[in-house]
Design a binder for this molecule. Sequence first.
Ligand code: SF4
Length: 395
Amino acid sequence: MATYSHSRLNTFENCPLQYKYKYIDRIKPDIDTSIEAFMGSRVHEALEELYKQAKCCKVMTFNQLLTFYRKQWNKNWTDNVKIVKENITKQNYKKMGEKFLEDYYKRFKPFDEMKIIGLETQDRLTLPDGNQYHVRIDKLGCRGSTYFVCDYKTNAGMKEQSSADADRQLAMYSIWVKDKFKDAKKVILRWHMLAFDKEVESIRSDKSLTKLQNEIMDIIRKIETATEFKPKKTALCKWCGYQSLCPLWKHLHKIEQLPFEKFKKDDGVKLVNELTELSAKEKEIKLKIQLIKDKIVMYGKQIGVSVVFGSDAKATIKEYESLKVPAKDTKERIALEKLIHQYNKWLEVSTLDSFSLKKIIKQERWPKDLTDKAKKLLKEELTHQVRIGKFKDGN
Ligand code: SF4
């Protein structure tokens, strides 16, 4: 049985390949951390220290808190912290963290809103399937039989109520709280949105927690039975520490390190540049061909001929009327299909839609026995597709 955590499950859902690199192959990422995560950790450490002292009836001054934060920042800083956003510097992030702490300090001083039970807890919740779920609560406190599971967020985006009510992380922690503290009549999940100096709260029913626990076990089952860990390209790739290994980014990562002369000579760069040029020409030629065909039709009509001769070849013009079938899902198409069915002629004009079939099988939308039988009748083959597209900002 293994131990899972919110971030572990999130990683699998965001990108199975990143999950494999991190949790199965245990590969050290190229970067230590992102600047956002780095600043978040320092803010967490400062608030932990603040409450540690408050528990001992010692209220830190804001200057002491700031000194602690700055000390932690300098002590942990490495040049391997990745800054993705352009024009935002290390100093900007450092100041941002200071502002978050200042706002929090002003609003919550003297930090006695609740009795503190735990800070940055390290515990495990045993799931019904025997697996363990890592419980790490930034701040756990209570007022009588009301418990607070608090999370500090340094995100630039405000958490909406609907997202708080659907959040899995704190809700899973509340299962642990209810299990561990039998007097807990109410568990409030609270997010301190430090960038906005606001809180968002959510309360879950026992029924919704049971449902959530089952969903978590489903994801774990998916992970444990996965045979393929495919890369999933999202905006989060910019912050991924495995770009130098990932098939989607490895080449870019390699050529970015090359001096300009070597970069131009890289076989991949040369081939893609050639293909880009040819594809543009192909597009242009296709347009020109259509234009000339239209002109030949006009020319033929003007002089009343259906064959126009060149030096070694001829162009034959054919004019015919064709029936246009109405587009899918239109009123006319639905009426036409209904009519054909009425006359029992559908089988004469319908054919297997191979695109839809492949999609249904891939998404396992049919009963398993049907999918398995259909798969046996289909031949597997490896196909490659090369598409040319623009990329900017590492995307
Ligand atoms: S770079 Fe993107 S696709 Fe590749 S492993 Fe990382 S998150 Fe996944």
